[in-house]
Design a binder for this molecule. Structure first.
Ligand SMILES: NC(=O)c1ccc[n+]([C@@H]2O[C@H](COP(=O)([O-])OP(=O)(O)OC[C@H]3O[C@@H](n4cnc5c(N)ncnc54)[C@H](O)[C@@H]3O)[C@@H](O)[C@H]2O)c1
Ligand SMILES: [Zn+2]
Ligand SMILES: [Zn+2]
Length: 382
């Protein structure tokens, strides 16, 4: 099949729209016609180089990470199934989960699908089956990688059935695109990784596509105070509309406010959802957290960064916790259908998440708007 896609040829360069040839789906794979793709910050890490695999790893794999088709937040309809596909048929609507769930690895089989062993393929850029490519440059056949085994910056893609979450027929696929990453990651960060409890105080640092959904999760958990931190006024206003009780512009202000509203006890939970995880901010965020409290890092850092500021004294004596989180610790096969039902019943906001819609050709404008703090979420509609 001939299609087009937004391809990144190297770091620090714009996305280029290229003519692409798609192979037929191989064993266990399907071709999906996408309705929409969200513009998540994680694809920006390919641009800045935060997510660039070290050279020796690329050499070991035997192929380069770039060129790569971006996008890992999509949904659409299955238009072709490969040999041996048993869980999907042509015409099925699916959300594409950025983390595959095989259902049978030690993590999947113990209810931790966000840690599926197939996650090892996320930044490799090839199909799970044999690390082969189905996406090629039309003009010369060059193999092209795909972000998170998906490559949703294209009207069509070929993916493994492990990445597909079947949707009920009445679920709108353009809305379901958002749960493939941002909504589930943010919501799950509050629900599963922070385990927010009724009456708790939660601080959410960074109100983009992930942080705004961490607010939705904290509201559902019954948090008493939800303090949003973001330097951008539009983000702070949006946070209040989504259920935050307070909004401040930096960590210093957050420290003073949280001290005041908790009578010095500080917040039970803090969540980091800034555009990039910076080790230098950890000590300041941990200072917002109470005795026995927990800080969850959901933002992605530079792959090579290892330095962190942290008071180990407080970590020990105040028994604080610092944890990470991928896909909010959610189980795609349980939580994606569940979140879409909550949306249908008016209990989860999805329509309000999309600030601006773009054509695929405008993907660079979409990312500029994200950098400029103009979007809660940008969405490419096909
Ligand atoms: N762990 C996972 O599974 C997972 C999944 C998806 C995305 N992510 C990561 O989550 C992060 C957020 O993604 P997004 O799509 O919401 O990004 P985004 O760019 O939409 O939002 C980031 C927000 O952080 C704010 N911000 C930046 N620096 C700040 C600071 N010092 N203090 C307070 N706010 C600050 C920005 O103003 C912006 O509103 C990214 O690093 C992304 O890669 C992780
Ligand atoms: Zn994402
Ligand atoms: Zn698995």
């Amino acid at each position: 099949m001939d299609t087009k896609a937004a391809v990144l040829w190297k770091t620090h360069s714009p996305w280029e729209i290229e003519e692409i040839t798609l192979d037929d789906p191989g064993p266990g794979e399907v071709t999906v016609e996408l309705a929409a793709s969200g513009l998540c910050h994680s694809d920006e890490h390919l641009v800045t180089g935060d997510m660039r695999m070290p050279d020796d790893m690329q050499e070991l794999l035997g192929f380069p990470q770039y060129p790569i088709i971006g996008g890992h937040e999509g949904a659409g309809t299955v238009v072709e199934v490969g040999p041996g596909v048993t869980s999907l048929a042509v015409g099925d609507n699916v959300a594409l989960s950025f983390i595959p769930s095989c259902g049978r690895c030690p993590s999947c089989s113990t209810g931790k699908q966000s840690l599926c062993d197939l996650g090892q393929f996320l930044i490799v850029g090839r199909q799970i089956a044999g690390l082969t490519a189905r996406h090629h440059l039309a003009k010369d056949g060059t193999d092209i990688g795909i972000m998170c085994c998906l490559g949703t910056f294209a009207p069509h893609t070929v993916v493994n059935e492990a990445s597909c979450i079947k949707l009920e027929d009445d679920i709108p696929t353009d809305k379901a695109a958002l749960v493939g990453c941002g909504v589930t990651t943010g919501w799950g960060t509050s629900v599963y990784r922070a385990q927010v409890q009724p009456g708790e105080t939660v601080v959410i640092v960074g109100i983009g596509g992930i942080g705004i959904n961490a607010i939705q999760g904290a509201v559902m958990c019954g948090a008493r105070h939800i303090v949003a931190v973001d330097p951008v006024q539009f983000k702070r206003d949006s946070a209040l509309q989504f259920g935050a009780t307070h909004a401040v512009s930096d960590l210093e202000e957050a420290f003073a406010l949280v001290g005041e509203i908790t009578w010095g006890a500080m917040a039970e939970k803090a969540i980091i959802t800034t555009g990039v995880a910076e080790g230098s901010m950890i000590a300041s965020v941990m200072a917002l957290v109470s005795k026995g409290g927990r800080c969850v890092v959901t933002s992605v850092a530079d792959i090579a960064a290892t330095e962190v500021t942290l008071s180990l004294f407080e970590l020990t004596l105040m028994q604080k916790e610092l944890v990470g989180g991928i896909f909010g610790g959610a189980n795609a096969r349980r939580d994606i259908p569940r979140l879409m039902r909550l949306y249908k019943e008016g209990k989860l906001k999805l329509d309000e998440l999309v600030t601006t819609e773009y054509k695929l050709e405008d993907v660079n404008q979409g990312y500029q708007d994200m950098r400029d703090g103009k979007n809660l979420r940008g969405l490419i509609r096909y």
